[in-house]
Write a protein that binds this ligand. Structure first.
Ligand code: TTP
Length: 395
C-alpha cells in the first residue's frame, strides 16, 4: 500500500530545537524522528512512500531521496500547514488506491504498523488513562469496528486514543475535502469520521506509542529506540575503555582511555569521547560531538557538533546542535522538593511528568565556565551565559 508520511509540521512546541532542524529530522537514536515511522512502513510492505513536506522542506526531501532506495519515494509539498487533512490533500495527486497515513512525529512498534496494514481499513488506537486529552474512538461492544471519533471529549466514550496511524480505503480520497474545524484547520479525524460511516474500519490496538511534540517526548523516544539498538563497535576504542553490551560506536568515532559507557548508548560518527568520561543511561552522542575529560553525561541527547569538553555534568537533557558548554558547566536535573520538573512551552508552564529532567539548549548556545543550570531551563538558540552564572530562568 502507498504510505503517506506527514512531515510538514513546524514543531513549534519543540523550539528552540527546531530553529535549524525541522522536527521530523531531529535525531532519535540512529535515525531522524520521521524515519522510524517510514522504516516501519517499509518493513510492513509499503509500495511507495509519499512524504508531505513543508517547514524546512529541503532537509526532509534530501533525507528521503538519499536514504530510501528500495522503495519509490514521492515528495508532496504542503505550502501552508493548514491541518492534517490538508496535508493528505497535498499528497492526493500521488495516490491511486487504498493508502496508509502515518504521523511523521509518532513512534510506533514496527509490528503494530504491520498489523495496521493487514487489518485495513483500520485505525491504530492505544488505551490511555486520560482519554479526554486525545481524539477518542468509540467501537462496537465487541470492539471489532470503529463507530465514532471525537476530539478531546469531556465525557470520553472509551479509553482508546487515536494514535495517528490510519489505513484508508480508496474511497477516502473523496472525503479529504472536509470543512475547517473550530480551531481553523482541516483535520484528518473529520476524514476518518466520514470513512467509518461508509466502511467497516477496524481498531488496531497498540501496546506502545509515542507522540513526539515536546522536548521531553523526544528524550522518551530516544530512550525507547536507543534501548532497541544492538551493540556494535565500528569506531576506534582505546584499550582500557569499558563499554557495556548495548553500546554502538559508529565508524569514525573515537573512544579514549579511561572512558566508561554503560549503555544503552550510541556514539555517532566522528564524535570523540574522553579521556576519562562517563556515559550512562540512554545517551546519544551525535555526529562530530566532543565529550571530554571528567564529563558525565546521563540519559541525554547531544545533537551534531555539540561540545562538552571539560569537568561537566549533563543529566536528562537535550543539547544542540552546535552547543558548547564551558568547563565546569553543571546541569541540575532534580528539584529539592522532588516534584516533577516543569518547562515553559510556547509561553505556558507545563509539567514534564519527569522527576529527573535537565535542560534544553538551542542550536549554538554557549555557557561560560562554571555555569549552573536549573532543572527545566531552556537556553534559546545562540544564548550565552557569563562565567559562574546560576541560571534558573529561560533565556
Ligand atoms: P502537530 O503535532 O499537530 O503539528 P506540528 O508537528 O507542526 O507541531 P507543533 O504543534 O508543535 O507546531 O502535527 C501532527 C503531524 O502532522 C506531524 O507529523 C506534522 C504533520 N502535519 C502536517 O504535515 N501538516 C500540517 O498542516 C499539520 C498541522 C501537521
Amino acid at each position: 500500500m502507498q504510505t503517506v508520511i506527514l512531515a510538514a509540521g513546524e514543531g513549534t512546541r519543540m523550539r528552540p530545537l527546531t530553529e535549524t532542524v525541522p522536527k521530523p529530522m531531529l535525531p532519535v537514536a540512529d535515525r531522524p524522528l520521521c524515519a522510524h515511522a517510514a522504516d516501519a512502513a517499509v518493513a510492513a510492505g509499503a509500495s511507495e512512500l509519499v512524504v508531505v513536506v513543508g517547514y524546512e522542506a529541503e532537509a526532509v526531501r534530501n533525507f528521503f531521496s538519499d536514504e530510501y532506495r528500495d522503495v519509490p519515494v514521492s515528495i508532496a509539498v504542503q505550502e501552508n500547514q493548514r491541518g492534517t487533512a490538508d496535508a493528505v490533500r497535498a499528497a492526493r495527486p500521488h495516490l491511486e488506491g487504498p493508502f496508509v497515513v502515518l504521523n511523521g512525529d509518532n513512534v510506533y512498534e514496527p509490528a503494530a504498523v504491520e498489523a495496521l496494514f493487514e487489518a485495513a481499513p483500520a485505525i491504530a488506537a492505544i488505551a490511555v488513562d486520560d482519554p479526554g486529552n486525545y481524539g477518542v474512538l468509540s467501537t462496537t461492544s465487541a470492539g471489532d469496528r470503529v463507530t465514532g471519533i471525537v476530539e478531546k471529549p469531556d465525557d470520553p466514550p472509551s479509553n482508546l486514543a487515536n494514535a495517528g496511524a490510519y489505513a484508508f480505503p480508496e474511497g477516502a480520497l473523496e472525503y479529504l475535502d472536509v470543512g475547517e474545524s473550530e480551531r481553523g484547520e482541516y483535520e484528518l479525524t473529520d476524514v476518518v469520521a466520514r470513512t467509518i460511516e461508509a466502511t467497516v474500519v477496524t481498531p488496531v490496538t497498540l501496546s506502545r506509542w509515542l507522540d513526539v511534540g515536546r522536548p521531553w517526548e523526544l528524550l522518551a523516544a530516544n530512550e525507547w529506540k536507543i534501548a532497541e539498538l544492538e551493540g556494535r563497535i565500528d569506531g576506534d576504542v582505546a584499550a582500557g575503555a569499558e563499554l557495556g553490551e548495548s553500546v554502538v560506536i559508529e565508524a569514525g568515532a573515537t573512544i579514549e582511555p579511561g572512558v566508561v559507557v554503560e549503555g544503552p548508548a550510541i556514539v555517532r560518527s566522528d564524535a570523540e569521547v574522553g579521556p576519562n568520561a562517563y556515559l550512562r543511561g540512554a545517551t546519544l552522542v551525535g555526529e562530530g560531538c566532543h565529550v571530554g575529560h571528567a564529563v558525565e553525561v546521563k540519559n541525554s541527547v547531544l545533537m551534531a557538533g555539540t561540545n562538552v569538553p571539560h569537568l561537566s555534568y549533563v543529566g536528562d537533557s537535550l543539547l544542540g546542535p552546535g552547543v558548547n558548554f564551558g568547563a565546569g558547566t553543571q546541569v541540575a536535573n532534580l528539584r529539592h522538593d522532588g516534584a516533577d520538573v516543569r518547562q515553559t512551552v510556547k509561553g505556558e508552564r507545563v509539567s514534564t511528568g519527569r522527576r529527573k529532567y535537565g535542560v534544553v539548549a538551542g542550536p549554538g548556545a554557549k555557557t561560560g565556565i562554571n555555569t549552573s543550570l536549573a532543572p527545566g531551563v531552556v537556553l534559546s538558540a545562540g544564548a550565552r551565559t557569563d562565567p559562574g552564572e546560576s541560571v534558573s530562568r529561560d533565556r
